[in-house]
Design a protein around this ligand. Structure first.
Ligand code: GAL
Length: 819
């Protein structure tokens, strides 16, 4: 392993440069690079704009990173061929980026890489500055002053992605931003300000500041800073709220009081700014701004998770880092769109599984009010794929945790850290030692937040000491073990660190609606009735029930908010062309699946939900299950005006009776379960729970026309209705601008719908839609088995819809053609 030469260890969120007339510090995004994947003597270079994911343009191929592995959770004991496991895209291999930047010998320069996939080796004017293997972390290096001999320097970044280094699509290249920071030689190093709020009351909050200072590449000791003070250097930090200074702290370390603090919460994401200036006499020589929030957190067995003294449960989702058709390349508007969709569903938290997030995501979560669990690792020193991070863990975990925590510990939205996901060490002799070491480091860097761990080996960790050693025990799935965990673990709290993993395809409905484990069909789709799961996973109701009925549960993070590239279970074993997930509540084209409204009906407590499925285009006489997800207490189903009865939700007590085989008048029947073997880890489906959260009419005879649900309020009065009509032949295309209200800066999401002459969505339409015009960026349709390129301006509709992502400013200047 090459040694890291100058590492970035100092973090928090650096926002800016400066408010003086001539900026004393600039943070320039290095956008323009040349790139080659060619290792030949005369490589072919192309100009690229960063963030850049070299693999997203494809082509898809079954042979890309074909993995022969045992997936224990699939119940396998022999290796099998996993196709599309890391997305079926050509992300493996070497890449080389080059750029040249202007420099000034009077200044000091730092390069900050928000993430580079992967094994990055950075050279300046031919000298190696830093090596950083983990593709998700932020790292930096200096442009050593002695390397500046002219007015520019050459920067070269060499990357290498090894086959079988990931269980999902990692992306490839400089997929996050690269910053060139120009500062005075005496400066606050990148991410060098630590802000804490140790006391918070209604009347006042204490804010403490700890600033690191550097002279060139030398980190300055306290003594040295004191000497500089004698030479006229001083540090001052102003605390600002909405642009007004509300407190000032003099010196490198200090404390101030902010009166009547405006607290941060998801409902009111209020942010303060700490503006730190380094002064020489009266001149400002460096200035950095860091945002932070004032809020309190606590996790106790008596009150569970409390934010600002109020108990709440996480209504969270896990997400991977890719942005569907945009690949891993970071786009702030895409992240903003994701958060806005999740918030409308009532979601208030994101787990960054299983790696460090892009800084833009954390910034947006701060601003938009989304809580976060930040998790760095999917493995420790025992791997899940041949070339994964386990190879680097022993040498790099300290550096990786340090950079990550320093980077994000000032951010108001971060509620906890996670030390890892389903690491094998849970059941290995060194597990307790490693988890303790990690937790110690997290706490040393940040004593203000707890550390969880996503454990899937519940039956072991409850009794082997590992679960007891994890500060905040997180269970991945294993709903059948929660009570055992609560009774045996000393913490007396359980977090659903990863839940559900229900599989479904948007708009594809398999009849009859039967609960099924690992169901596969010839069309490579899973049922939109949201009744299918994998051997290790379950249905949303199992988690709703645990969260609703036990005050020692802390909330949950559903796997996943959005579909992602790779891991196409249950079509992962030689089932090409499936290459993206079926787990998402929202599909790869950012279109909600029906499950979105099921979660919304439970989580969004502000807005009413009434949603009915499936579509209404069947064959005469078909028996069709109809499901309704709603916040109203009851609803009645009509087909062409004929009532099929009014249903209400079952109470908790009634679900017990349903489980005993009783039918209850006015309550949905319990759905059937396909033959199924309860796996050893003990999550079995609980069909009796569905009538508590869904209204379900099974076997409704289909007649063309319209299907309506009428929802009633608690007094039995009609409150809302929703109708689905039988669609005729495809007639034209409708367009919906999906992220318009979010004021995008660069990217617009356009949903294209194939509709009949009356505007009804044609639910089976799969026409090829062509886009002609400028500004095309990417397209997707949410079909995990579709091999259409994301980067060509055409896409097949899937279940009548697809999404085009366009550069802002292109509205109205294009044509869509249906073929
Ligand atoms: C979990 C794992 C996730 C993902 C998920 C699929 O066990 O932590 O990364 O693989 O299963 O259901």
């Amino acid at each position: 392993m090459k040694k890291c030469i100058y590492t970035l260890l100092l973090s928090s969120m650096l926002l800016c440069s400066c408010s003086t007339e001539h900026p004393v510090r600039t943070d320039t995004l290095l956008r323009q690079w040349e790139f080659t994947q060619d290792t030949a003597e005369n490589p072919v270079w192309q100009a690229v704009t960063i963030p850049h994911d070299w693999a997203i343009s494809g082509p898809f191929d079954r042979a890309n990173d074909l993995q022969e592995v045992i997936v224990v959770q699939n119940g396998e004991s022999e290796p099998t061929w996993k196709t599309g496991r890391s997305g079926g895209l050509p992300w493996m291999g070497k890449g080389h980026y080059h750029t040249r930047v202007k420099v000034n010998r009077e200044k000091f320069y730092t390069l900050v890489f928000d993430g580079a996939m992967s094994h990055a080796d950075v050279y300046v004017n031919g000298e190696e500055m830093v090596y950083w293997p983990y593709g998700y972390n932020t790292f930096d290096c200096y442009i050593l002053p002695q390397l500046i001999t002219g007015d520019s320097v050459d920067i070269d970044v060499y990357l290498e992605n090894k086959p079988q280094q990931s269980r999902w699509y990692p992306g490839a290249g400089l997929y996050r931003n690269v910053h060139l920071i120009e500062s005075h030689p005496i400066h606050v190093p990148t991410f060098g300000v630590l802000i804490r709020t140790p006391k918070v009351s209604k009347e006042f909050a204490q804010v403490t500041i700890d600033v690191e200072l550097q002279n060139g590449v030398d980190e300055l000791t306290d003594e040295r800073v004191n000497e500089l003070t004698n030479e006229g250097i001083r540090i001052q930090t102003d605390i600002l709220y909405k642009g007004e200074v509300v407190a000032t702290i003099e010196g490198q370390k200090g404390v101030a009081e902010v009166s009547k603090p405006q607290l941060w919460s998801p409902e009111a994401p209020r942010l303060y700014v700490a503006r730190t200036r380094v002064m020489k006499e009266t001149a400002i020589i460096d200035e950095v701004e860091n945002r932070f929030g004032i809020r309190t957190l606590s996790y106790t067995p008596e009150h569970g998770f409390q934010l600002n003294g109020q108990t709440r449960k996480f209504k969270g989702v896990c997400n991977h880092h890719d942005l569907g058709p945009l690949g891993a390349a970071i786009h702030k508007d895409a992240l903003r769109h994701q958060i806005a969709m999740l918030q409308d569903m009532g979601c208030d938290a994101i787990r960054t599984s299983h790696n460090m997030p892009a800084p833009e995501l954390v910034e947006l979560c701060d601003e938009m009010g989304m809580m976060m669990m930040i998790e760095p690792f999917d493995v420790w020193n025992w791997g899940k794929t041949e070339n994964d991070y386990s190879k680097d863990f022993n040498d790099w975990w300290k550096w990786d945790v340090t950079n990550m925590v320093k980077h994000y510990r000032n951010n108001a939205c971060v509620m906890m850290w996670s030390s890892g996901n389903e690491v094998w060490n849970q059941v290995l002799p060194d597990g307790i030692e490693i988890v303790s070491r990690l937790q110690d480091l997290f706490h040393q860097l940040d004593p203000t937040r707890p550390v969880t761990n996503g454990m899937d080996q519940a039956m072991h960790v409850i009794h082997n000491g590992f679960g007891a050693a994890v500060e905040l025990p997180g269970f991945n799935y294993r709903t059948g073990r929660y009570i055992e965990g609560y009774e045996n673990l000393p913490q007396k709290m359980i977090l659903g660190s990863e839940t559900a993993s229900t599989v479904s395809s948007r708009g594809v409905y398999k009849r009859p609606a039967v609960l099924k484990d690992n169901a596969v069909y010839s069309d490579n789709q899973s049922s939109g009735y949201d009744v299918e799961y994998c051997p290790w996973s379950g249905l949303p109701e199992q988690d709703f029930q645990l969260q609703d009925d036990y005050n020692w549960t802390l909330g949950q993070f559903v796997w996943t908010g959005f579909d992602y590239l790779g891991e196409p279970s249950p079509y992962d074993t030689d089932a090409w062309p499936s290459h993206s997930s079926y787990f998402g509540i929202i599909d790869l084209a950012s279109l909600p699946k029906d499950r979105y409204w099921l979660y919304r009906s439970q989580w969004n407590t502000k807005d009413a939900t009434l949603h009915v499925l499936p579509h209404w285009n069947w064959n005469e006489g078909d028996l069709v299950p109809v499901f309704c997800y709603t916040t109203y207490p009851s609803a009645e189903l009509f087909v062409n005006g004929k009532s099929y009865g009014k249903l209400r939700f079952a109470t908790a007590a009634e679900t017990e009776r349903l489980a005993n085989g009783e039918m209850i008048d006015g309550v949905s029947a319990m759905p059937k379960v396909a033959d199924f073997e309860v796996p050893v880890w003990g999550s079995s489906p609980r069909p009796e729970l569905l009538p508590r959260y869904r209204l379900m009419w099974f076997d409704v005879p289909y007649e063309a026309g319209e299907m309506t649900v009428v929802a009633y309020d608690a007094q039995g009065k009609e409150a809302a209705r929703e109708t689905v009509r039988t669609a005729g032949e495809p007639d034209h295309l409708d367009v919906i601008w999906a992220n318009e209200k979010e004021n995008p800066e660069e990217l617009c999401y356009m949903t294209v719908r194939v509709v009949d002459k009356d505007g009804n969505l044609c639910p089976n339409a799969d026409n090829l839609i062509e886009y002609t015009g400028d500004g095309f960026v990417a397209a997707a349709n949410g079909d995990a088995a579709c091999l259409d390129s994301f980067v060509q301006p055409q896409m097949h509709a899937f279940a009548g819809q697809c999404t085009f992502i366009l550069k802002k400013g292109n509205k109205g200047q294009f044509h869509l053609t249906r073929k």
